[in-house]
Design a protein around this ligand. Structure first.
Ligand code: PLP
Length: 444
């Protein structure tokens, strides 16, 4: 009830909460209550103080970071799964969670055009999906030279060459750091003006343990590395090809955009998010690995009592053990959308992004990237003016966009990633952006 009322109110309220609403959150605090409270009264307090302080990311005009909404079927499934309270770590703990996750996995691989035999981990987000995919990579490239990294660690191990694009997402470097591969002992390949790894600058690799980290969907421009050229280059010397496709991998699910990630299915591992473009609730990320055995070797725990079933046991593929049943929302989203609905969701967001770019250009502002996917980078004059326009748009409340720095210039980043955004929302947001930009420039 409260959740439904909250969702109904999203269209009419400012996208970002005001400072007073955020300040009122302190009233949720105070000392730990000595005595129990009525649960209904507890929830009423949470709604009264918490709801007005939320960012309306579930609404249709939030374009910050790369943030999906929550499809009605996915959100309802999340609520139902909350009531189920299943522990999805094993088939004995929850036959339903594992069965549903397995079905969702098959549908995901189908929708994304990835090999049906892939192993997978349902994790918290693309960050952990990068960790899982790269842990499988680390296992495989060292196992090939006779080194058992899970047993021996990296002390005394043969070195691994790691190749990363100059514009790889920060979380790829974080994943490399967590895995002991080092954030800085990597070969960085220069990027082109859209942030794509330059094929002509790709290093010649010697045979031996090597991992190439590619990207589908630059967090700023949306551009994808030339995968069809680079994955075979990696494989030519036996290197492992990993693709961070947090949102860009979903281009593969839309026939109109699939050419942007041509060749992606030839990689060895992939990281993506379901909470971005598939529009399921937070948190939901996915790692896929072509040869499941590598992921299993990297992720299996040794305690025999945990592995009791014959089935694909999730804990043998994930960094965590006890976990919520994330596959339920993924299943519901894919069941409700179908193949055509997923393709339409991706295509619609890309069309909206193109309309933002056209509208801003027509009003005399600069679009800094080629808008091929769902990301738009806009500048409204010099850096100071652009920053003031971004602040003005955020304050105006019609929509919300964040700022970034693109090749040394301040830019506003518009990411269209929500199922809920309509053409009318795009026009209303464009009108607000242009109005605020003109007012800002008029005021000097
Ligand atoms: C390319 C890329 N990789 C990784 C991530 C990290 O995703 P998450 O925050 O879901 O872990 C993002 C987030 O925007 C991204 O765009």
């Amino acid at each position: 009830m409260r959740g439904a009322r909250y969702l109904d109110g999203l269209d009419a309220r400012p996208v970002y909460p005001d400072a007073a609403a955020i300040a009122r959150l302190t009233a949720l605090g105070g000392p730990l209550p000595d005595r129990p409270s009525d649960p209904a009264e507890t929830l009423a307090l949470l709604d009264a103080l918490g709801s007005p302080a939320t960012v309306a990311t579930a609404g249709p005009r939030y374009f910050g970071f790369v943030t999906g909404g929550a499809l009605p079927a996915a959100l309802a499934a999340n609520w139902l799964a909350g009531a189920w309270d299943q522990n999805a770590f094993s088939s004995v703990a929850s036959p339903a969670a594992v069965a549903i996750e397995n079905i969702a996995l098959g549908w995901l691989l189908d929708a994304l055009g990835l090999p049906a035999e892939c192993g997978a981990a349902f994790v918290t987000g693309a960050t952990m999906a990068n960790v899982a995919g790269l842990a499988a990579a680390r296992h495989a490239v060292l196992a090939r030279v006779g080194w058992d990294v899970e047993a021996q660690g990296l002390f005394g191990a043969p070195p691994i060459t790691v190749v990363v694009g100059e514009e790889a997402h920060a979380t790829v470097f974080k994943a490399l750091g967590l895995l002991g591969l080092g954030r800085e002992r990597v070969l960085r390949v220069p990027a082109d003006d859209q942030g794509r790894m330059r094929a002509d600058a790709f290093p010649s690799l010697a045979a031996g343990p090597a991992i190439v980290c590619l990207q589908a969907g630059n967090v700023n421009s949306g551009a994808c590395d030339p995968l069809a050229a680079l994955i075979p280059r990696a494989h030519a010397t036996g290197a492992w090809a990993h693709v961070d496709g947090a949102f860009g991998l979903w281009a593969a699910a839309a026939p109109t955009r699939a050419q942007l990630v041509r060749g992606v299915a030839d990689a060895d591992s992939w990281a993506t998010d379901a909470h971005k473009w598939l529009n399921v609730s937070y948190d939901s990320g996915l790692a896929f690995v072509r040869e499941p055995a590598h992921l299993r070797a990297a992720m299996s725990a040794s305690a025999a009592y945990l592995l009791v079933g014959e089935e694909r046991e999730p804990l043998a593929y994930t960094p965590d053990s006890s976990r919520r049943a994330r596959g339920v929302e993924v299943w519901a989203a894919l069941r409700a959308l179908g193949r055509a609905g997923v393709a339409d969701l991706v295509e619609r967001c890309c069309r909206h992004a193109a309309r933002f770019a056209d509208g801003l250009r027509a009003a005399g502002y600069e679009v800094l990237n080629e808008v091929a996917l769902n990301q738009v980078l806009a500048a409204f004059g010099d850096d100071e003016t652009t920053r003031r326009v971004i602040a003005g748009i955020q304050l105006d409340g019609t929509c919300w966009c964040g700022g970034t720095v693109w090749h040394g210039r301040a830019a506003m980043r518009i990411s269209v990633s929500s199922w809920a955004t309509t053409e009318a929302d795009v026009e209303r947001s464009l009108e607000a952006m242009i109005r605020v930009a003109r007012d800002t420039r008029r005021m000097g």
